[in-house]
Write a protein that binds this ligand. Structure first.
Ligand SMILES: NC(=O)c1ccc[n+]([C@@H]2O[C@H](COP(=O)([O-])OP(=O)(O)OC[C@H]3O[C@@H](n4cnc5c(N)ncnc54)[C@H](O)[C@@H]3O)[C@@H](O)[C@H]2O)c1
Length: 313
């Protein structure tokens, strides 16, 4: 059993990760500052089951200013997911992005080094690659949005702590995660909500933009594999995708099929920073970690719909 700290534990992916780590017998300390990027009520809901579980503790902390040493003390691993995650608001609220994603990460790394933590797993994003994210991990990052820039800054900070202080690091670059608990600002969440409520959906661009959607539990699986096989993961960077590439138009058709109704589209031009194509090359994660995504997009969307129906009730 390892002692794991998960930052961003009340968020979409972080809450799933905490549950899986507990299921695998680890002790988990969840950290979250409830940054009001979307309502706290969603995050409290994400924590409901976790709060009742043995071997789980929760610390409400803002990584930018609160003392981290007491929580990091004795940790075998830190999974650093806490971030300002949505791309669009990084144009208008850049200060939040730079403070949470760069300064917050620097404080996490500093405290991890001081606590002599055995493994720090930094959750990064396909957005570090830029407008197209279609190559393998050797592709030179060229972020196309302020969000991508702050997440890449986090990666570089990880490398600086690794090179100077020997902090054991793994970087995982997630590609468009979806499934139950998806953030309410994300496209599939908005589209499902519109379909359930009989509202129109604002579509930016022609809908032919493609994504390597990753079902949340597949992303978590890759992350846990990296943690549990440090000999294969330390020092590495991995793309984490779902293995299936779909366009937004195709997702809309799947959702219409699953819900048995058509959605009205309000067409708008593509927005600054929007990625055109992402196609995760996951060969490295498959080869080194034995990672194979198992959830098809149609099935994953079905699970997300079920969860969103519960939110409406
Ligand atoms: N969801 C995706 O499609 C996706 C894709 C690629 C990468 N990622 C990365 O995965 C991670 C999790 O994303 P998510 O979609 O679950 O987002 P989320 O917003 O649901 O979760 C992030 C959590 O971090 C917390 N947080 C942010 N700043 C903090 C701070 N300063 N102190 C304490 N807590 C703080 C927030 O309150 C939030 O609960 C992020 O690092 C994101 O960049 C997500």
């Amino acid at each position: 059993m390892s002692r794991c700290v998960v930052t961003g534990a009340a968020g979409f992916v972080g809450s799933h990760l905490c549950e899986v780590l507990l299921d695998r017998g680890h002790e988990v300390i969840g950290v979250d500052g409830f940054i009001p990027y979307y309502p706290r009520s969603f995050k409290e809901q994400n924590l409901v089951d976790l709060r009742g579980r043995k071997r789980f503790q929760f610390a409400e902390l803002d990584l930018r200013e609160d003392e981290l040493a007491p929580v990091f003390k004795g940790a075998d691993a830190i999974f650093h997911l806490a971030a300002m995650a949505g791309l669009m608001r990084s144009w208008s609220d850049f200060q939040w992005y730079s403070s949470c994603n760069a300064e917050g990460t620097q404080r996490v790394l500093d405290a991890a080094r001081d606590a002599d933590v055995g493994h720090l797993l930094y959750i990064s994003t396909s957005s570090v690659y830029g407008r197209e994210a279609t190559g393998d991990e050797t592709t030179l990052p060229a972020p196309y949005s302020p969000y991508g820039i702050t997440k890449l800054a986090g990666e570089h900070l990880c490398r600086a702590y690794e090179a100077n202080f020997g902090l054991p690091i793994t970087i995982l670059r997630y590609f468009s995660v979806y499934g139950p608990r998806q953030r309410p600002d994300m496209a599939y969440h908005i589209m499902i909500r519109a379909l359930l409520n009989g509202e129109s959906f604002t579509q930016y661009g022609d809908g032919e933009q493609t994504r390597s959607n990753t079902f949340c539990l597949d992303g978590v699986d890759a992350t846990v594999r990296a943690f549990e096989q440090p000999d294969r993961a330390l020092g590495e960077v991995f793309n984490v995708g779902g293995g299936e590439i779909v366009s937004l138009n195709h997702v809309r058709e799947m959702l219409e099929d699953l819900l048995g109704r058509k959605i009205e589209i309000d067409h708008q031009p593509a927005r600054p920073g929007d990625q055109k194509h992402t196609a995760a090359n996951i060969e490295k994660a498959q080869r080194l970690l034995g990672y194979t995504p198992t959830t098809r997009v149609y099935e994953g969307l079905k699970a997300q719909i079920e969860w969103q129906r519960g939110l409406q009730g």
